[in-house]
Write a protein that binds this ligand. Structure first.
Ligand code: ZN
Length: 72
């Protein structure tokens, strides 16, 4: 299932659960399965995955309510 980061511009490989962020989506296929997509730690800091209007999985900017947490 998941083998690498869902960001096409990133080549990070999925190593173990707990690293980065896993996104789970209902599969759009006829089989009652679930799709898993993974973002590595770095990408998960600024990106998230969401269901697009066309039913596909797309990258989106993550909301960062704690974005000013590290401001000086
Ligand atoms: Zn990545």
């Amino acid at each position: 299932m998941v083998s690498k980061c869902a960001n096409p511009n990133c080549s990070a490989e999925f190593m173990y659960f707990g690293d980065g962020k896993l996104f789970e989506f209902e599969s759009t296929s006829s089989r009652a399965t679930r799709d898993f997509h993974w973002l590595c730690n770095e990408c998960a800091e600024s990106l998230k995955l969401q269901r697009g209007e066309d039913g596909g999985i797309e990258l989106a900017e993550a909301n960062q309510p704690n974005g000013s947490q590290f401001a000086a």
